[in-house]
Ligand binder design. Structure first.
Ligand code: S3P
Length: 423
């Protein structure tokens, strides 16, 4: 287990390019593997989660060649059975999306992952896949990974998501590519739209409609055409620098080329409401953030799908703000890479923050933070959130389990050094 020591220091100044968006990276690898021909992907996430999906697509017969840093050429031409268990590592997005893709392919596959993945709920995808006629079973008759999938023979369904989840939506839409007719997903609270955007961009017949308060996406069976895609920067990683620059006096940081599509920029709205000095230029994607005093706010359940991964780092912002911040309707955080309600409460609590969980609401009262030993709980976003909190603590903060950061942002430490003028 590795540790990282963060020293409070001077302002963060400069420009940084975060990794390519992780959600998009998984999906473009999968679509490129399904396509009949060679696709080019630039700016792919360099994190371990996406590397697992790449290796899985290769095990299924896609050819992947590197063509420069974070640039891949992926050749499809028919996927085939892998001769081994497919390891998604720590990636919930990987296992849920791939389960949908593999449910449509006429052979047996087994998907597994690390200890965290083996505890995360898969019933949310097993239910719609079963309605489609898929044969997917979990460990010892449960709905937990490893998942054994005997693919093929799917029927199209209409499915209303019981929870706002782009992973479940994506799973069903990937399965829908191999169904016998159209598949429709209905959402009450719109989640990120990468699956449908990318499918449409690769020529798959897909219709998106707004039906009163509901969003409907219908996909018809089909095969993506080969494509070229440049993956924009990951807003979930940009959020760490947005909060860091907001709370460290004298800071001014520009994060380049940040993705700005639906349900991904909620953290920008919340920080702006808290008084942050930040501008996201839609033309360049540049997110410019300067230090500013923050005040508490209320984040409502409707906002949560648009910032679900940013709650831990927004909790750090709240811990440095004046007054109280409430994050309502954040129960989904219990089933992320760690139970993030528990881990935010315990780790920021160790640093002296006033954090409590009240049902599905996370409440954070601003104050001062102390440097101490904290634990990532094998969760990349908890590790990076604690590191950012450490920038304004009264002494060094030691983050145990720092290796978790590599799942999404291997360059985080180097970027922090560069912004602190040590690069
Ligand atoms: C993701 C969707 C979100 C998010 C995850 C990535 C995706 O999960 O937490 O990190 O790429 O679809 P849910 O859709 O389950 O909320």
């Amino acid at each position: 287990m590795s540790t990282q020591v963060v020293e409070p220091g001077g302002p963060l100044v400069g420009r940084v390019q975060v990794p390519g968006d992780k959600s998009i990276s998984h999906r473009v690898l999968m679509l490129a593997g399904l396509a009949d021909g060679t696709s080019t992907i630039r700016g792919l996430s360099d994190g371990d989660d996406v590397a697992c999906t790449r290796r899985i697509m290769e095990a299924l017969g896609a050819t992947v060649t590197e063509d420069g840093p974070c640039t891949l050429r992926v050749g499809g031409r028919g996927l085939e059975p892998a001769n081994r268990t497919l390891d998604v590592g720590n990636s919930g997005t990987g296992i849920r999306l791939l389960a949908g893709l593999l449910a449509g392919l006429p052979f047996r596959s087994v998907l597994d992952g690390d200890a965290s993945i083996r505890h995360r709920p898969m019933d949310r995808i097993l239910e719609p896949l079963a309605l489609m006629g898929a044969k997917v079973s979990g460990r010892d008759g449960s709905s937990l990974a490893p998942l054994t999938i005997d693919g093929g023979g799917l029927r199209g369904i209409e499915y209303r998501l019981p929870v706002a989840s782009a992973q479940v939506k994506g799973c069903v839409l990937f399965a829908g590519l191999s169904a016998d007719g159209p598949t429709t997903i209905v959402e009450d609270r719109p989640s990120r739209t990468h699956t449908e955007e990318l499918m449409a961009a690769t020529g798959i017949p897909l219709v998106r409609e707004t039906d009163g308060p509901l969003e409907r996406v219908t996909v018809k069976p089909g095969c993506p055409a080969p494509f070229d895609h440049e993956v924009a920067g990951d807003p979930s990683q940009a959020a760490f620098w947005a909060v860091a620059a907001s709370i460290v006096p004298g800071s001014e940081v520009v994060v380049g080329n940040v993705y700005s599509g639906p349900a991904r920029s909620g953290f920008i709205d919340v920080l702006a409401r808290m008084g942050a000095d930040l501008v996201h230029d839609p033309a360049t994607g540049d997110l410019t953030v300067r230090h500013a005093g923050l005040t508490g706010t209320v984040v409502t359940p409707d906002e949560v799908p648009g910032l679900v991964d940013e709650v831990p780092i927004l909790a750090v912002a709240a811990a440095c703000a004046e007054g109280e911040t409430e994050f309502e309707g954040v129960g989904e955080l219990r089933i992320k890479e760690s139970d993030r309600l528990a881990t935010v409460e315990s780790e920021l609590g160790r640093m002296g923050a006033d954090v409590r969980v009240d049902g599905d609401t996370l409440v954070v009262r601003g104050g001062s933070l102390r440097g101490t030993r904290v634990d990532s709980h094998h969760d990349h976003r908890i590790a990076m959130s604690c590191a950012v909190a450490g920038l304004v603590a009264d002494g060094p903060t030691t983050v145990r389990g720092w290796e978790a950061v590599a799942t999404s942002y291997p360059g985080f430490e180097a970027h922090l050094d560069a912004l602190q003028g040590r690069g």
